[in-house]
Design a protein around this ligand. Structure first.
Ligand SMILES: [Mg+2]
Length: 166
């Protein structure tokens, strides 16, 4: 049996949506946490929903390994591997996202999906050129956070993983 694809998970935006006026006050299921001086809104159900997807989860966040102690336990996620991001010469030129080279390097040809509020067409093109396997770069609306539609898109792609359309 083939290994499951990887799923790279960003925290700020997908799991911790940004405030937009009053909308955040009534976010169903979100709990506010004060973490190291930051207000972080997390939805406990996201943990189980991520674990139910046919992927192996990997943190891809500027929280780095702190996601394992400060974010994961609050939504019921076990300790996950952490993707690191190279900088300087190993990075990618703008407008490619600073995370993109690290993600492609970590995947090393293995099929992957990546949920992030900051992915753009430049990242899809960069991945299409350099990653030898299927990939889904899925942008999450940071005003809404991960939605049922996002989970549906991930599950649908996992059934038939294809390379990114540049
Ligand atoms: Mg983000």
């Amino acid at each position: 049996m083939q290994r499951r694809p990887l799923l790279f998970v960003d925290v700020d935006g997908p799991l911790n949506p940004y405030d937009r006026g009053n909308r955040s006050a009534r976010r169903a299921g979100y709990v506010r946490h004060s973490i190291e001086g930051f207000t972080v809104k997390l939805k406990r159900a996201h943990g189980a929903a991520l674990l139910a997807l046919p992927f192996e989860l990997v943190w891809a966040t500027t929280w780095r390994d702190d996601a394992n102690t400060l974010i994961g336990p609050r939504i019921g996620l076990p300790r996950l591997p952490v993707c690191e991001f190279p900088s300087g010469d190993e990075g990618a030129p703008e407008p490619v996202h600073f995370k993109t080279p690290g993600i492609v390097g970590y995947a090393a040809g293995r099929a992957f999906a990546w949920i992030d509020d900051e992915v753009t067409g430049a990242d899809r093109a960069w991945v299409a050129e350099r990653h030898g396997g299927p990939a889904l770069l899925h942008r999450v609306d940071p005003a809404a956070g991960l939605s049922a539609a996002d989970f549906g898109a991930l599950a649908a792609w996992a059934e038939d993983p294809v390379p990114p359309a540049p």
